[in-house]
Design a protein around this ligand. Structure first.
Ligand code: LLP
Length: 420
């Protein structure tokens, strides 16, 4: 189901022409579809049927307040990795009682903030962190629910930078340390053992790594039970992939059925939390950009556009593929093979290699699947203000973030002078 489609020869987001958005806001510009976020969230929600569950959207994928608010209104929970992300969730009207905190380096200040806000669960990644949580909880006179994030040592078969479940990863506690760590947690006066968590990686496009990880987690649940430690919820992380380039990831229903079947095979029926980010946001947005120039050299043809790696880093950092299309459906230009490159002074500033395009200067392009891990990873490199973000809702355009100005970029800086 795509909420970005050609209508009358022009690419639209829902009912709004991307030409109109570019005319109104300029380029580059992120454009999102409200219906797309809602549809994706609902497919996961309904896939669980009546199995007790909570969907904790991974805020890091796209943390715009409008996105968080749309999901909060559906009843979503949130997976956060910083105090800042909790502040965003609260500003967007999210319920802290549905928030889980992950991350390897939780600071004392962050722990104090999330504990004061009574979040649902802290996913613990080390013994040192557990001890810090106990100290902070005691100082606030609170009991804190925790999960241990275990590292199941499963190959997620994804890009190494986004695989997190292997032995050499900084994330989680090795399985063989889990029992002792849970025993320690259970002995702490201000800690309540609640859940077990695992997240093996991102953009996973087949079911077997999920199945392997869940099986290992369930074995650990049984081992803990034998030791008198009762787990009340399974947090199975995020990771479900999307179609960027013709991949065929499992549907939400197949993904959830696989989780539920794996539980059923072991006769375990526990409530499930999941932390999807990319699945919900990835195909809910595009980056709209304008062609500045066509450039031809002996070796290559280039489409030089006004969006660069500072706006959308994934191709440069992960060699990620994002489909690039002309907003005009039927260009009369000859088809040719181009590298689509941005204005940043880096050879890595390439949005797409060897793309077959019919294109000319001043055309608009859309870089697709740009709803997750795109705006959030944008930077001001080369003193480039970050683009605006627009949420389309049917035929309405909502500017949910203004384009940054140079004043925004320099506001917190100062020149040292003789009067200092
Ligand atoms: N839970 C935890 C603990 C995570 O670390 C992540 C993602 C998620 C949930 C959400 O995973 P998802 O459902 O989105 O796959 N910047 C990279 C992706 C980094 C993902 C980090 N952790 C990219 O652009 O591909």
């Amino acid at each position: 189901m795509s909420f970005f489609a050609y209508q009358g020869g022009v690419l639209h987001a829902e009912k709004v022409s991307l030409n109109d958005i570019a005319a109104q806001l300029g380029t580059p510009c992120y454009v999102y579809s409200r219906a797309a976020f809602e549809y994706q969230w609902q497919t996961l929600e309904s896939a669980f049927g009546d199995h007790p569950h909570i969907i904790c959207y991974a805020v890091k994928a796209n943390s715009n307040l409008a996105v968080l608010n749309i999901l909060a209104r559906l009843g979503s929970g949130f997976d956060i990795v910083s105090g800042g992300e909790l502040q965003r969730v609260l500003l967007a009207g999210g319920d802290p009682a549905k928030v889980v905190l992950s991350g390897v380096a939780k600071s004392t200040d962050e722990l104090r903030f999330v504990i004061q806000n009574n979040i649902r669960c802290i996913n613990v990644e080390s013994i040192a962190e557990l001890e810090r949580i106990q100290d902070v909880a005691q100082s606030l006179d609170k009991i804190v629910k925790i999960a241990l994030r275990v590292n199941p040592d499963v190959d997620a078969q994804t890009h190494p930078y986004i695989a997190t479940g292997l032995q050499n990863s900084k994330f989680g506690v090795p399985m063989h340390d889990a029992l002792a760590t849970y025993k320690l947690a259970a002995s702490m006066p201000n800690i309540e053992v609640f859940s077990i968590a695992c997240h093996i990686g991102s953009q996973i496009t087949n079911l077997s790594p999920f199945k392997d990880a869940v099986n290992r987690v369930l074995d650990m649940v049984s081992e803990l039970e034998e030791a008198g430690i009762i787990i009340k919820q399974l947090d199975l992380g995020g990771g479900l992939g999307i179609d960027y380039q013709g991949e065929t990831p499992p549907s939400a229903q197949a993904y959830v059925d696989n989780l539920l079947d794996t539980l059923a095979q072991k006769n375990i029926s526990l409530p499930i939390a999941i932390e999807p980010g990319r699945y919900i946001a990835g195909n809910a947005g595009v980056l709209l950009s304008r062609v500045e120039y066509l450039k031809h050299t002996d070796a290559k043809n280039f489409v030089v556009v006004d969006a660069g790696m500072n706006d959308l880093l994934r191709p440069s950092l992960y060699q990620a593929f994002h489909e690039i299309v002309n907003v005009k459906e039927n260009s009369d230009q000859p088809s040719a093979l181009y590298d689509v490159v941005g204005p940043v002074c880096e050879s890595a500033d390439v949005l797409g290699y060897d793309r077959n395009l019919k294109i000319e200067a001043d055309d608009l392009i859309a870089v697709k699947s740009a709803g997750a891990y795109c705006f959030v990873m944008a930077s001001n490199y080369n003193a480039r203000p970050r683009p605006p973000e627009v949420m389309v809702d049917h035929d309405e355009i909502h500017i949910v973030r203004q384009r940054e100005s140079i004043e925004d970029l320099t506001r917190t800086e100062k020149i040292i002078g003789t009067s200092d």
